[in-house]
Unconditional design. Structure first.
Length: 127
């Protein structure tokens, strides 16, 4: 029985070490996905407004790269974890873009509500 307990303890310690080592690349890939998604959306909007071929081609390249990063990120974390991290970072990016690029003021109570919603999304997905 003690041998089984020790084997489980070693397995758990090894898994925790692997997860810790994969944390930085997983979070980095989530941030990269959010940035690529936001850049691709801005390029799509620019193409829709101005019909600039360079925006269309650039957007297609950005979303192709997003697909590659998404696939590679699954080496470090599970699909649900990567996806919720991507969405959370993207939501923050959209709010920041609205705040600083479009000059939209966001009252503190709305920021608190957004934070609570993002926390609930993470709890529901990861819990």
């Amino acid at each position: 029985m003690a041998a089984l307990h020790n084997a489980i303890a070693v397995e758990t310690a090894t898994t925790a070490t692997v997860n810790t080592r994969a944390l930085l690349p997983a979070v980095g890939s989530m941030l990269a996905l959010a940035v690529l998604d936001l850049v691709g959306a801005v390029l799509a909007r620019h193409w829709a407004d101005h019909r600039a071929l360079v925006s269309l081609v650039g957007g297609m390249a950005v979303f192709a790269l997003l697909f590659v990063v998404y696939g590679r990120s699954l080496d470090y974390a599970e699909l649900s974890t990567v996806t919720i991290g991507w969405v959370a970072f993207l939501q923050v990016g959209v709010v920041l873009l609205d705040r600083f690029d479009n000059g939209i003021d966001i009252p503190p109570h709305k920021l608190i509500a957004m934070g609570a919603i993002m926390l609930a999304q993470c709890v529901l997905t990861l819990g």
